[in-house]
Design a protein around this ligand. Structure first.
Ligand code: BG6
Length: 480
C-alpha cells in the first residue's frame, strides 16, 4: 500500500473519442467528419498536416474510423466493463456531424441526439459521470468544403449553435465539459486538429493563427453558453501537454525550451487568463501575421475563461539548438523532440517520463492556478493474446503505475487535480497512425489494422490492476 492520498471524490476513469471508437460513420444520418477522410497507411501523416487531395473517402483505401470498434452499437457492454472496474467518469466526445450532419442544418438530427441520450443514461445508470468534449478532432466535412473550416469566422456561430443544442439537451446529464481536444494540435497537424487544408500541403501560419483565433473566440462563447444553460457544470480547455526540457543548460537551449512551451501555452493563456499573452504579440509581429479580430472579441475572451485545465500527458519533450544533437530525434512524437538520453521510449518512439508528468502538472498549476483534470495518459503498445486467451500487459501496468505515483506526488506538491481518465480504456483506433495494433486498453478488442476480427472484448491483466487502483482510491498501485 502506498501513502498516497487522492481526494475523496477523485474522478478515476477512462477517455475515448467518438471518431476513434464509435464507427457507424454514416449511420442514423451522421455526416462525414475529418477523421472519416483519414486512411490508414503512409498517406495519413501528410493528410493530417493538411495535404488532403479528396474530401470524399476513396474506394481503394482503408478508413479505420468507419467501423472503429463499433462502440456505437456495443456501448452498453463496454460501459458495463468500465463499471466493473469502478469508473467514476468516462470521457467521450460528441460527434458534431451526428448532431448537425452538414454543420449548418436548420434542425439538429434527432437520431444523433438520441444516441448520446442513451449513452449518457447508460453511464449514469452505473454511477459514471460523463465528461464530454465538444470537438475531438472533429469538423463536419461540409464546413471544410464550403468555408475552409476554422479559417472562416462563420464556424464560430455554427459551433456555438451546436454547443448550445447539446448543452440544452444534456443539461441534466452532463456536468463536465471540454471545448476543443488538444487545441494546440492545430499547429502541428492542422487538418486533424482543425480541418485546415492547404494548397500543395504547404502550411500557412497566417491561416493557422487566424483559425486559432476563431477557435479561441468560439471556446469563450461556448464557455459563456455552458455557464448560462447549466450553471452547475464545469467547462474546461484541453491541452496536449508535456513540458519541453532544454537539452543542456546552454542559455540558447533554455530559451528555446521556453519558446516551445509557449507555442502550446499560447492557447491556454487565452482560454484561462482571457487575453493574448505579451509574447504572442511579438510572435505575430515577427512573422508578419495580422489576425483579424472583431471589436467585441477582447471582451468575449476576457469574460468567459475556463473553469479547469484539461490536459493529456504522454511524454515530455526535449529541445536543442545544437545541429548535431537535433539529428537524433524521437520518431513517433508529433511535437518534434530530440532524444532524451535519460528516459526510455515506447515501441512507437514516444518518450516515457513519469517524472515529467509531475513537472508538467506543477508547471500548469503554477501558471494558471485552476484545477487540473488529467484527461489522457497511457501507453500505446502491442499486445499478444496467449494461447490461453490471456493478455499480460505488464509494461502498460508499469507505465500507468509510475505515472499515477507521480500524479500523487504532484497532488502532495499542492497541485489541485480533480480526476484522471486514462486514454483508451478499451482498445480503439490510434489517432496518429490509424492502427489498431497500437493499443492502450484494459480491455482488448479483437480487430487488426486491416479491419479483420470479431470485435470481441477480452479483459487484459491491467483490467484487474486498474480496478484495484480505483477501489483503493490510489492507495494500491501494486508492486514494482
Ligand atoms: C491524443 C489524442 O493526441 O493522443 C487522442 O487526443 C489520441 O485522440 C491519443 O488517440 C494517443 O495518440 P495515438 O496516436 O497513439 O492514438
Amino acid at each position: 500500500m502506498s501513502t498516497y492520498t487522492f481526494p475523496k471524490d477523485f474522478l478515476w476513469g477512462g477517455a475515448i473519442a467518438a471518431n476513434q471508437a464509435e464507427g457507424a460513420y454514416l449511420e442514423d444520418g451522421k455526416g462525414l467528419t475529418i477523421v472519416d477522410l483519414l486512411p490508414s497507411g503512409e498517406k495519413r501523416r501528410s493528410m493530417m498536416k493538411g495535404d488532403v487531395p479528396s474530401l470524399t473517402p476513396l474506394p481503394d483505401l482503408f478508413y479505420p474510423s468507419h467501423e472503429a470498434i463499433d462502440f456505437y452499437h456495443r456501448y452498453p457492454e463496454d460501459i458495463a466493463l468500465f463499471a466493473e472496474m469502478g469508473f467514476k467518469a468516462l470521457r467521450v466526445s460528441i460527434a458534431w456531424s451526428r448532431i448537425f450532419p452538414t454543420g449548418e442544418d436548420t434542425q439538429p438530427n434527432e437520431a444523433g441526439l438520441k444516441f448520446y441520450d442513451n449513452l449518457f443514461d447508460e453511464c449514469l445508470k452505473h454511477g459514471i459521470q460523463p465528461v464530454v468534449t465538444l470537438a475531438h478532432f472533429d469538423v463536419p466535412v461540409h464546413l471544410i468544403e464550403t468555408y475552409g473550416s476554422w479559417r472562416n469566422r462563420k464556424l464560430v456561430g455554427l459551433f456555438e449553435t451546436y454547443a448550445k443544442t447539446v448543452f440544452t439537451r444534456y443539461k441534466d446529464k452532463v456536468k463536465y465539459w471540454m471545448t476543443f481536444n488538444e487545441i494546440n494540435m492545430l499547429l502541428h497537424l492542422p487538418f486533424l486538429g482543425a480541418g485546415l487544408v492547404f494548397e500543395n500541403g504547404v502550411i500557412d501560419k497566417q491561416i493557422q493563427y487566424q483559425a486559432a483565433h476563431h477557435q479561441l473566440v468560439a471556446s469563450a462563447l461556448v464557455v459563456k453558453a455552458c455557464h448560462e444553460i447549466i450553471p452547475d457544470a464545469k467547462i474546461g480547455c484541453m491541452l496536449a501537454a508535456g513540458s519541453f526540457y532544454p537539452y543542456t543548460c546552454n542559455p540558447e537551449d533554455v530559451f528555446q525550451a521556453m519558446q516551445k512551451d509557449r507555442e502550446s501555452y499560447f492557447f491556454i493563456d487565452v482560454q484561462s487568463r482571457g487575453e493574448y499573452p505579451a509574447y504572442a504579440k511579438r510572435f505575430f509581429a515577427d512573422h508578419q501575421l495580422k489576425i483579424e479580430m472583431e471589436p467585441e472579441d477582447e471582451a468575449i475572451l476576457k469574460n468567459h475563461t475556463v473553469d479547469y485545465i484539461g490536459f493529456s500527458y504522454y511524454s515530455s519533450r526535449t529541445t536543442s539548438t545544437d545541429p548535431e544533437v537535433i539529428k537524433n530525434t524521437t520518431s513517433g512524437n508529433v511535437f518534434g523532440s530530440v532524444a532524451n538520453p535519460y528516459v526510455a521510449k515506447s515501441e512507437w518512439g514516444w518518450t516515457i517520463d513519469p517524472k515529467g508528468f509531475r513537472i508538467t502538472a506543477n508547471q500548469l498549476y503554477d501558471r494558471y492556478q485552476k484545477p487540473l483534470f488529467v484527461v489522457e495518459n497511457g501507453l500505446g503498445a502491442v499486445d499478444e493474446v496467449t494461447p490461453d486467451g490471456e493478455i499480460i500487459d505488464d509494461d502498460r501496468i508499469d507505465y500507468l503505475r509510475r505515472h499515477i505515483a507521480e500524479m500523487a506526488e504532484a497532488i502532495k506538491d499542492g497541485v489541485e487535480i480533480i480526476g484522471y481518465t486514462s486514454w483508451g480504456p478499451i482498445d480503439i483506433v490510434s489517432a496518429s497512425t490509424g492502427e489498431m495494433k497500437k493499443r492502450y486498453g484494459y480491455i482488448y478488442v479483437d480487430r487488426d489494422n486491416e479491419g479483420n476480427g470479431t470485435l470481441k472484448r477480452i479483459k487484459k491483466k491491467s483490467f484487474a490492476w486498474y480496478k484495484n487502483v480505483i477501489q483503493s482510491n490510489g492507495q494500491n498501485l501494486g508492486s514494482e
